[in-house]
Design a binder for this molecule. Structure first.
Ligand code: SF4
Ligand code: SF4
Length: 148
């Protein structure tokens, strides 16, 4: 990453627990083998069952959590929020400090349209942001932004 990123003065973020990132449009929540094994232990089920019930294979060979028919994450509960919060995948832990969100101020602003926690709350310094982004659990793909 750049020695002088555009967010060198830090970025504010405090999750409001609105649930937008766990619901809404179809998406992927990438999970590693270790994360699946950790989920299985947390849920008290065996590993094969956890794979079968909660994961799907992506085109690039990685695994994602599955979604409900309405595109909510399989572990999202309207009443309780994330039901696997202590063992949620890295991708969930590192949001919004993903490489995709940090690619430019415009990418950050676009991501913030769906995440009311971005731009509020405590200031996260550039070093901690970069540490999270470097291992954000995502594919690292940066979306093209639409041009009006
Ligand atoms: S969209 Fe943002 S504010 Fe809402 S739950 Fe997700 S991280 Fe928190
Ligand atoms: S695992 Fe939890 S935090 Fe991650 S998308 Fe699903 S409900 Fe949200």
């Amino acid at each position: 990453m750049s020695a002088h990123p555009w967010y060198r003065d830090g970025l504010r973020f405090a999750c409001t627990r609105c649930g937008n990132c766990c619901t809404g449009e179809p998406g992927t929540v990438r999970v590693t083998d270790v994360e699946i094994a950790t989920l299985a232990v947390y849920l008290g089920i065996d590993l094969a069952d956890c794979h079968e019930r909660y994961t799907r294979l992506l085109d690039d060979g990685a695994l994602s959590l599955v979604e409900k028919p309405n595109h909510e994450c399989i572990f999202w509960s309207r009443a309780h929020g994330c039901t696997v919060y202590p063992v949620r995948p890295r991708q969930c832990r590192t949001w919004p400090f993903w490489r995709a969100s940090l690619a430019s101020p415009a990418h950050w602003a676009a991501a913030a349209l769906n995440c009311p926690g971005m731009g509020r709350g405590p200031l996260h310094d550039a070093a901690s942001i970069e540490a999270r982004a470097a291992d954000d659990g995502t594919s690292g793909a940066v979306p093209e932004l639409g041009v009006d």
